[in-house]
Design a protein around this ligand. Structure first.
Ligand code: MSP
Length: 471
């Protein structure tokens, strides 16, 4: 039994959960459930990123104390995660006292690689990111993601010497010691790494008060990304505890927009602390709405709770894990969602379960209970390579294949002919294939797969339809 640690990006709490946030949680949950299925012990981290001006300003705008605002939103994220049928073992809020203290200790341990210098340049509060002059020029001075002009900063900051680690980071990426997925992102990161300057890792207190104080310097607060990245190890107890049972993480799930922080600053921090790098950095694409990035100003934001409430959590997970490609940007539309529910979940899977169970029930077929469903090698290879939407496609082909076999083998005709042995063998084969597909569905559709296992326990009874049709 291996010990597996899986992490998710911690969202900013400047609003309620967004449909994109579901991607990290669902993908990491598939990974967690798959590892449990193959017998591993799993720890799953989640949390909330609560510092920085973006959040501070939002709370101020609403006239709510920032502590109350962040606490309320952190609760909304916890509820959202539960609604997705995801269970975490560890939850970190970056305002937790333990997290803050551990961050300060981490800072002390990195001191040999930190120096003070003047920063003059651009910043985007929406991204909480320092912007290079080149990017400023390219974007005409306005952040394309947040539609706000970049701010000019002129302050004395602490810098982290990325230059001390560049060669080692490049080597770790090139040799896949820290595997970046998908492969084309790995190439982008290697290019970005070449031009990466040392990074500013603090802000002047006159500009930012809502953050972890820099130890030994009252005038400075940590840059929000330093405090945020540290969460992955502070939640395990670092540096108070020995974390070697769980660290390095097996997989860290992040969106493509924040891969650069995880692939450059984060490994530099880990190297500075003498810790190994995560084994896999898995970066997923963006969920689009009608082909466009979701944004409040365009008015195309989809409320994830509305989608969840429509047909339940398995329908949600089905769409986001199969029709949203694991690595590429993909589109959510209500039409696609409804079609996938009615034509695929209800027709392909729901009907199959009903059809087989009704036939078994009518003809008093019992299923051989010594049968052990197995995971196919092809499925395991997709799952081990984090190609989850492909693995899901593979399982779906198996489901469609069982439907075809029923049409071809016509068990109802065998029943009519009175050949009990042939009917029994045919039905046991079909049910066995369905239970193998069901085993592979477990990481994706945990509720439905549990119900399917129940249906095919002797005596077999169809029960309620799994996915009642709506059209
Ligand atoms: N707070 C930082 C992460 C710190 S991790 C040490 C952050 N927060 S975020 O709220 O902006 O994003 C959290 C996660 O949600 C990221 O992985 C991000 O890529 C993901 N998504 C946010 N919108 C998304 C989509 N529309 N589609 C898919 N995922 C997106 O960045």
């Amino acid at each position: 039994m291996k010990k597996i640690y899986i992490t998710t990006a911690i969202p900013y709490v400047n609003g309620a959960p967004h449909i994109g946030h579901a991607m990290d949680y669902c993908l990491a949950d598939v990974c967690a459930r798959y590892h449990k299925l193959i017998g591993d012990e799993v720890r799953y981290q989640a949390g909330t990123d609560e510092h920085g001006n973006k959040i501070f300003q939002k709370a101020k705008e609403l006239g709510v104390p920032v502590e109350q605002y962040t606490a309320e939103n952190a609760d909304k994220f916890k509820e959202f995660i539960a609604k997705l049928n995801v269970s975490y073992t560890d939850f970190v809020r970056t305002t937790d006292e333990n997290h803050e203290r551990r961050c300060q200790e981490i800072w002390e341990r990195l001191k040999d690689h930190i120096y003070k210098s003047k920063y003059e340049g651009w910043y985007c509060t929406g991204c909480e990111r320092f912007i290079t002059d080149k990017e400023y020029e390219e974007n005409g001075g306005v952040c394309p993601d947040h539609q706000k002009p970049y701010e000019r900063l002129k302050e004395e900051n602490y810098y982290f010497k990325i230059s001390d680690f560049k060669n080692e980071i490049r080597e770790a990426i090139e040799t896949d010691e820290m595997l970046i997925l998908p492969d084309f992102r790995k190439k982008e990161i290697l290019k970005l790494l070449e031009d990466s300057p040392d990074v500013s890792i603090s802000r002047d207190k006159s500009q930012l008060t809502w953050g972890v104080p820099v130890p030994g310097d009252d005038s400075q607060v940590m840059y929000v990304w330093i405090d945020a990245l540290a969460n992955y190890i502070t939640v395990l107890g670092f540096p108070d505890a020995d974390i070697s049972d769980w660290w390095p993480a097996e997989a860290q799930f992040v969106g493509k927009d924040i891969l650069r922080f995880h692939a450059i600053i984060w490994p530099a921090m880990l190297m500075g602390l003498g810790l190994p790098l995560p084994r896999n950095l898995v970066s997923h694409g963006m969920v689009l709405s009608n082909g466009q990035k979701m944004s409040k100003s365009i008015g195309n934001v989809v409320d994830p709770v509305e989608v969840l409430d429509k047909h339940g959590v398995d329908a949600f997970r089905y769409f986001f894990l199969r029709h949203i490609d694991t690595f590429a940007d993909s589109d959510f539309t209500w039409e696609k969602f409804e079609n996938s529910y009615n034509n695929e979940l209800a027709n392909d899977l729901g009907n199959l379960v009903q059809r087989l169970a009704t036939l078994a029930n009518k003809n008093d077929i019992s299923f051989d209970e010594s049968f052990k469903p197995e995971l196919s090698e092809e499925y395991k290879s997709y799952m081990n390579n984090f190609e989850y939407s492909k693995a899901f496609d593979f399982v779906w082909e198996k489901i469609q294949d069982i439907n075809r076999r029923i049409d071809e083998e016509k068990p109802w005709a065998l029943a009519k002919s009175g050949d009990v042995e042939k009917l029994n063998n045919c039905m046991n084969d079909l049910i066995g294939s369905l239970l193998c597909a069901n085993e592979m569905l477990k990481p994706f559709l945990p509720n439905a797969s549990e119900k399917i296992s129940e249906v095919f326990k002797n005596p077999i009874k169809p029960g309620e339809p799994l996915f009642p049709k709506t059209v």
